[in-house]
Write a protein that binds this ligand. Sequence first.
Ligand SMILES: Cc1cc2nc3c(=O)[nH]c(=O)nc-3n(C[C@H](O)[C@H](O)[C@H](O)COP(=O)(O)OP(=O)(O)OC[C@H]3O[C@@H](n4cnc5c(N)ncnc54)[C@H](O)[C@@H]3O)c2cc1C
Ligand code: SF4
Length: 505
Amino acid sequence: MTIGIWILGDRLNKLQSSLTTYQYQKNKTPVILIESLNYAKQRPYHQQKLVLIWSAMRHFAAELKTDGWSVSYEIAEDFITALQQWIRKNQITELVITKPCDRPSYNYIQNLDLDCQINFIPDNHFLWSQEEFSNWAKSRKGLLMEDFYREGRKKFNILMEENRPVGGQWNYDKQNRKPPNKNLSPPKRLWFEPDAITQEVIEWIKSQHLSKYGAIESFNWGVTREQAQQILDHFITECLPNFGTYQDAMITGEYTMWHSLISPYLNIGLLHPMEVIKAVETAYYKHDLPINSVEGFIRQVLGWREYMHGIYQYVDADYLNYNWFEHNRPLPQFFWDGNTTDMNCLKQSLTQVEKTGYAHHIQRLMVLSNFALIAGINPQEIENWFHSAFIDAYDWVMQTNVLGMGQFADGGILASKPYAASANYINKMSDYCSNCKYNKSDRLTDKACPFNYFYWDFISRHRDKLKSLSRMNLILGNLKRIPEAELKQMNLLAEQWWENGTSNH
Ligand SMILES: Cc1cc2nc3c(=O)[nH]c(=O)nc-3n(C[C@H](O)[C@H](O)[C@H](O)COP(=O)(O)OP(=O)(O)OC[C@H]3O[C@@H](n4cnc5c(N)ncnc54)[C@H](O)[C@@H]3O)c2cc1C
Ligand code: SF4
């Protein structure tokens, strides 16, 4: 029997399960990595995402070779042709793959018609296995993230003193919502000049005309485990102490604030979630860092990330098609070219994504996704856009974040109320409104901020559905106090916005 290992582009870690299983016989176990052009053509991916994955794969293949593995690296039209040739050449009888966490990849591989057996080895890149999450979920009435997170703190003994949370509280989020003030100056970040391999990938992608979306020349992300570790270390020393306090704040031109920028690396395996959590916990004890920042950050990785992955595995495959509000407006063209909108918050966030493939959580949730929700854009269209545009996007993290959290398309499996907001929130948490052609305080004239009339149009259109959500009672009470004529005017402005053609906004 000859075993062969296929390494997918999102599991670039020597400690991933299929490699560790056959480590003992590495010199007689062929390994393959494949760049498939057809796969890259599936969506108009941000060009920097293609650079990141393919450059990281090429670097990883070189590292495995140095370690003594027998590695084949193929650049092919599709996976199947490259796989078949390699299987024949090496007389492979069993193809081993770490089980993909994305459903489409798993289904695709399962249905491949190959001349050998396929064996999936359980993925060890999340902290909770599918079975463990499912046992937790089945034992409960609701699937609150906060409950899951506390369970995770106990299960992995993170920030715990015996059975109690360090500092006496589980969650310090109340201290983590400070608006930006004028003198804030976020730290400089660690970026990397593309090396020869990355340059080669950039030229290759340009020559193949795979996607027109996103700047490619300004690629400065890390592409190796060592660089990813440096980024984590830099985050811990320079940003972690203030991470919590300004977690939700947005400032023009400050793309990264105090955020970690590690999602691209976690999601392709260059970093493991437990090493990130442990490094932050160790720094907390060693340097006596503020608990609101440390707990707030650990909650993102141990709580939100694991929870989103667990829910994705737990729900039906049909989750992808959910559309609770029955929203069917098309995605405005300006999402692909941020400079063509006059709404400054959208322009700033969209042009930033074009330049880097990155925006932080509140830009994603409360600017980009919020707009799609209140304007009534089809959830699958906005999901498709996020999946294409972001450097860290994968099916497992898209569906729960965009459809569940962002669009409330699942009717509340994941969130207890829709994340919908008017200009009030954006103005409080950013400096965007002060440079905008629209008036943040107006909701009734042609100068009115579209977030204001879309917000009340959304709440009024869906008031019957929203009544079933207890956390919406206050807002629905406020809706009742809006004079009928004002509400009609907002409904009209929302309708006119669409009639005027989205390219004019
Ligand atoms: C509409 C929308 C789209 C999103 N798209 C993606 C995506 O494509 N890929 C992605 O990894 N995350 C996504 N997120 C979650 C989150 O916004 C990003 O993980 C985070 O902004 C990445 O930047 P960072 O590494 O600087 O994060 P930090 O703010 O520094 O947080 C640390 C880490 O926590 C994890 N994390 C925090 N929140 C989440 C979450 N809700 N889901 C999963 N992991 C989380 C990430 O791994 C992140 O790197 C999305 C959220 C929303 C609301
Ligand atoms: S006024 Fe409205 S459109 Fe302009 S930046 Fe503020 S929220 Fe965005």
